[in-house]
Design a protein around this ligand. Sequence first.
Ligand code: ARG
Length: 577
Amino acid sequence: MTEFTHLDISRAAKVREEKIAPWVQVSNPKISSEGEFLLPIKPLIDSGVLPPSAEESGSAHDAIGNLTNKISCQHPVLKVIGNKNGIQFSVDRALLIKSVLSKVQEDRDQYGRHSELFSRNKGEKVIVEYSSPNIAKPFHAGHLRSTIIGNFIARLNHALGNKVVRINYLGDWGVQFGLLAVGFQLFGSEAALQRNPIQHLFEVYVKVNQAAEEREEIHRQAREVFRHLEHGDQAALSLWTRFRDLSVEEYSRIYKRLGVQFDEYSGESMYSERSQKVISQLQQAGLLQTTQRGTGVVDLSEDNSMSFYSTVTRSDGTSLYITRDIVAAIDRYERYKFDKMYYVVDKSQEDHFCQLFKTLEKMGHTWADRCHHVKFGRVQGMKTRRGEVVLLEDILTEAQRQMLDNMQQAATTKHMDDPEEVAETVGITAVLAQDFRGKVLSDYKFDWNRALQSKGDTGVFLQYTHARLCSLERESGMSVPASCDPALLQERQALQLLQQIAGFDQAVHKALTDLEPRHILSYTLQLSHLVAAAHRSLKVKDSPNEVAKARLLLFHSARVTLANGMALLCMTPVDRM
Ligand code: ARG
């Protein structure tokens, strides 16, 4: 959308158009009434696109003044004003309205993706590893965050034309599987395992841990079973395979409810054997040192002082969490030759990933710098009626139950075909919106009440806005026209809404650049507030036919944009609620 202004700026500043292009923005309609587009100057000077020449004394303020004076407007730019934010451009409104509305009509569910902002980076191979729970252990709020943030990163990259591989790296190996096998003999039930594997394995795990506290014998047996497992013992392995397969099957079912998928269920178990090979490679490369305690370590410090190191073997020579991660990363590179790999894991594992990436680099893997740890903050207080969350399904059930309670009070619920389904969809949207509000790295306190408010900046408000726009279209009794007379959309509310629609690709671009869903979330929230304002003053029904049509097209475009934004945030917009 911003191409309207490029020519004028590029002439005045004597800088090539494509250098200017990424910097022009659609103005925030809430803040600016001085022009539809903004060229912020300071970042341009800072990044060297506009060199501050000597007589321009280098200050942003002077540069704005100088440049504004040099710009001679050419249609469709009608006016330029320099102010403290940069240079504001007013353009021919009729042309702007026409081109925004027709772009939405043309691109529909793709609107926001085909923008000059995304022409670089297209077609990259991107691996996103996320969710990664531990079998038989609680699925805690950290895993939920990893699941939804990872799913967002995967979806965004896919939407913008990158080739994405989604990996779930399960915690499916370790002595706890010996313990689980022993526990299953003592407390397990075949029927319960079939019925509800994740929950049952977790119950067995809790019980056997309690039992092992009193009887050391159980720990000894567990280590024994795990040793058998590591040596490929058939009986041990077949039990383990069943635990894993049944859990994966149930996980996939629950992920589906959440709109989450994976291309690959991998896990630590796949890399335990191959760890030995990596350990000998480290040895041959002279990188492995043995400590007094007998553990194997790699010195990662710059000055060989061991001030920074990673431990890659236990004293008995067996592999550790990080050893398996080293093998997994190498395996992924060999299979996919990725351009980027994101590990979406909570911030408490920051040291682990620093060590992992540095070790890979030391081993000579030049692609180590393509690996990134997307670290996120803690969630406090995610409780359900049953208490602290231990199962992913609990969260979905709770979201649905609470939402259904709220909906029961609304009159429209009676007209729904399937209130349960709507409640689940809207409940999940509420959880997502609450999570995406702040910076990914920030901690936050989970609050069902706040998340489920229908007013204010919540997911319920987004869904409500979408449903309201759907009903407006339904009740208009007209079909949405392909175009309209721009002269009929001159009210302030109409123009602000239009300007917001025009700025969608910018919000998406920001989210892609710093992997923060909040840019798209706050965009959709602001869009919804502008829809509410426009809805109050711009009636469709009972307006003269041509006016009604123009407004209908505007609201329709707002709905398409809202739905696209929600889809990128992994929310499923509802038509009624
Ligand atoms: N299963 C681990 C946990 O729950 C997370 C795995 C993270 N990914 C990795 N490649 N280490 O803590």
